[in-house]
Design a protein around this ligand. Structure first.
Ligand SMILES: [Zn+2]
Length: 437
């Protein structure tokens, strides 16, 4: 597909954007009905006539696709012959389940480059920047590949740093005079801490932009989390958030207004739904459901991401007319109940993660006797223990919950959070509750 004609669609009138999206969507649904063995069956079973799906509002007539559907029928999601597949990705499994395979064609790779080129451009990165990619390019990760391709397409000096050690990445930052970094926020903090411990000053290094992937950096009001504000200060750089996943194959990146990630209407259809699968009004939180457009290798329709967020429909000061997605507030089913209030594990962690005396932490929940969730926070400390009460106060001040606090060694913490080599993502929440929602 030639995407060049869509480059400026984001500035068009809402009605024009809708028209283009409707057309691309009906083409996508037809493609799935004809080429994807899974959707051929799925549409038949659910009595979906693809010819009747003409607009985004018709999408509600198609049932959702869950990650478990893909896991159970992975091969039947492949919509092209093996010879047309040029890349195989594994999607991050956050729990213990096996990662799923994602098959990409040459067109999908081109689409991925276009998507990421525009995401970087959205954050104000130009061909004059040197961009350090702090995400794995190997082991079938999509993220590192996407950022590398996007950087190349944009014409930046792209440095494939990968997900190595903080020492090695700091060396690359100094050596290449990197002006922008894309990576996980907590890892960008680790690099800065390594530099400081070695008598260097990250704030004077000349890095101007940090693009955060995989972890939220803002709270529901779009204010930076304390740990993110600390990260900006440490690097003396602007922090931008981008939301993506391997199944999305599309990113929602923040513009210079930095108030949520803009939707690319030519690449993806976004819905936010409640527990029963009904759409929620803009601004209200629910599960993120996506239909990535134009994918040929492994197309998806109404894929339920499990991520909880909301749509921001107010006009953005950057002049783009596209809607934005808010920060990912948590994962579906992770909401904790505590004496009449609810909270996501992330929110508890973000209340203390910026403290210098915190090395790391994770949250564990179990079913309590009184109907509340028993919440435990396991924390490892850097040096001196500030006292359990201090930690409790910090958490209460930001979340109104008061978990039991258990101090563990750094080694114990790392073994839970990073676990075995096989794990592809940090685990900071362990759910031992009987009835997971
Ligand atoms: Zn904007």
């Amino acid at each position: 597909m030639n995407y060049d004609k869509y480059r400026n669609l984001q500035y068009s009138e809402a009605s024009e954007i809708q028209q283009v999206q409707d057309k691309l969507l009906s083409g996508h649904i037809e493609y799935c009905a004809v080429n994807s063995p899974f959707y051929r069956d799925f549409f038949k079973k659910n009595k979906v006539d693809f010819r009747k799906i003409k607009t985004v509002s018709d999408l509600k007539n198609i049932p959702f696709t869950e990650k478990s559907d893909i896991a159970a029928n992975n091969a039947s999601f492949q919509a092209v012959s093996d010879t047309e597949v040029v890349d195989v990705c594994l999607s991050s499994a956050t729990m213990s389940d096996e990662p799923i395979m994602i098959f990409q064609t040459r067109e999908d790779i081109e689409r991925l480059s276009y998507n990421e080129e525009l995401a970087f451009a959205m954050a104000g990165i130009t061909e004059n920047d040197t961009l350090l990619v702090c995400a794995a390019l190997d082991r079938c990760f999509m993220a590192g590949l996407a950022y590398f391709l996007g950087g190349v397409k944009l014409g930046t000096r792209t440095v494939r740093g990968g997900a190595g050690s903080a020492a090695q990445l700091w060396y690359l930052i100094e050596k290449t005079k990197a002006t922008a970094i894309v990576g996980v926020a907590s890892f960008m903090m680790k690099i800065a801490m390594y530099a400081e411990e070695n008598g260097k000053k990250p704030a004077l290094q000349g890095v101007k932009k940090l693009i955060s992937i995989g972890e939220p950096v803002r709270d529901k009001s779009l204010a930076l989390l304390p740990v993110s504000a600390e990260l900006e200060k440490t690097w003396n750089a602007e922090l931008y958030s981008t939301y993506a996943s391997s199944e999305l194959a599309t990113s929602f990146c923040e513009c210079p207004a930095r108030r949520g990630g803009h939707l690319r209407p030519e690449l993806i259809v976004l819905e936010i739904v409640d527990k029963s699968g009904n759409p929620v009004p803009d601004g209200e939180t629910g599960e993120v459901v996506v239909t990535p457009l134009g994918i040929t290798g492994m197309p998806l329709v109404r894929f339920k991401t499990g991520d909880i967020s909301f749509i921001i429909d107010e006009k953005c000061s950057c002049g783009r007319s596209t809607v934005r997605i808010g920060p990912i507030l948590g994962r579906k089913g992770q909401m904790l109940k505590f004496r009449g209030t609810t909270v996501f594990p992330n929110t508890i962690l973000s209340a203390i993660e910026d403290k210098k005396y915190i090395y790391g932490a994770y949250v564990e929940a179990a079913t309590g006797r009184d109907g509340n969730d028993d919440i435990k926070l396991f924390a490892a400390l850097n040096g001196e223990n500030p006292g359990i009460e201090v930690l409790k106060d910090e958490i209460r001040a930001r979340t109104r919950v008061s978990p039991e606090i258990v101090i563990v060694s750094k080694e114990e913490l790392d073994s839970v959070v990073y676990g075995s080599e096989k794990k592809r993502k940090r685990v900071t929440f362990i759910d031992r509750r009987k009835n997971e929602q």
